[in-house]
Each structure stands twice: as structure tokens, then as C-alpha cells.
Design a protein around this ligand. Structure first.
Ligand SMILES: Nc1nc2c(c(=O)[nH]1)N=C([C@H](O)[C@H](O)COP(=O)(O)OP(=O)(O)OP(=O)(O)O)CN2
Ligand SMILES: [Zn+2]
Length: 126
């Protein structure tokens, strides 16, 4: 059986959003301290025994997250049409980090977006 490694690193950012069409308070402007779990997979280890350096995963993820940090998500180009729900934020982060990180040896596995301590969504596209 082939080996498979799944690496996970945690990041966070703060931003505001309002959910278009939401039948309740979440349609109003409000903010979250989002917690993000980035999971990357690979099947081979490099010469020093890593799939990929956690620092490298973080570097790519931070590049994507810095555009969202301390912003109003509804103003972001991607969220003009797409509602900035936790689900859609997860898809956006997955795709953008995957563009930067994927190689023959490494690919995104999943993204988990925590809105608060109680609610999270995990996205993968297997
Ligand atoms: N499936 C989703 N459901 C909800 C989303 C979402 O992105 N995907 N988002 C929201 C709002 O953004 C809202 O901010 C949620 O926060 P909160 O009201 O604090 O949520 P809780 O359910 O934990 O709080 P209660 O006090 O239990 O209402 C809503 N839903
Ligand atoms: Zn919210």
C-alpha cells in the first residue's frame, strides 16, 4: 500500500462580512476571528524527511490570507458575486493556496474554516 502523509498547519485572520440573502442577523455587518486549518498531502518524503516544510505551507497560505485580513470580505473581488459564507471562503482559500503549493509531490488535501469556537466547515475536492 502506498504511503500517504497529511500535514496540517493552523492560521488565523480577522475580517467582517455580511451574508447576502440571509434571513437573520448574519445579513448585517459583523466580524469573525477566523481560524483556518490548512491540510496538505503527499506521498513522498524529500531528502530530509519532509513532504513539505510547514513554513512553506504557511508562507503560501499567509500570502492568500493577507488579502482578507482586516478587510470587509464583501468588498473583495472574489466575493462580489460569491457570498462570503464559511463554505465559500473555504473554497476560495483551497483553490488559491493550491495554485501556489501544488507540485508533482504535494497537493492541497482540505481546508477547515472556523467561524467561531462552535462552527466550522471543511472543504476538499477529491
Ligand atoms: N452554513 C453556514 N451557516 C452560517 C454561516 C456560514 O457561513 N455557513 N454563517 C453565519 C454567520 O456568519 C454568523 O456570524 C454565525 O455566527 P453566530 O451567530 O455567532 O453563530 P452561532 O450559530 O454559533 O451562534 P448562536 O448564538 O447559536 O446563534 C451563520 N450561519
Ligand atoms: Zn458571520
Amino acid at each position: 500500500m502506498a504511503q500517504r502523509f497529511v500535514l496540517k498547519t493552523l492560521l488565523d485572520f480577522a475580517s467582517a462580512h455580511s451574508l447576502r440573502g440571509y434571513p437573520g442577523d448574519c445579513a448585517k455587518l459583523h466580524g469573525h476571528n477566523w481560524k483556518i486549518e490548512v491540510q496538505v498531502r503527499g506521498e513522498k518524503l524529500n531528502e530530509i524527511g519532509m513532504v513539505i516544510d510547514f513554513k512553506e505551507i504557511k508562507r503560501h497560505a499567509k500570502e492568500v490570507i493577507k488579502e482578507l485580513d482586516h478587510s470587509f470580505l464583501n468588498d473583495h473581488e472574489h466575493f462580489q458575486e460569491v457570498n462570503p459564507t464559511a463554505e465559500n471562503i473555504a473554497v476560495y482559500l483551497f483553490d488559491e493556496i493550491n495554485k501556489r503549493i501544488s507540485t508533482d509531490a504535494v497537493a492541497m488535501h482540505s481546508i477547515t474554516v472556523w467561524e467561531n469556537d462552535r462552527n466550522c466547515v471543511t472543504y476538499s475536492n477529491d
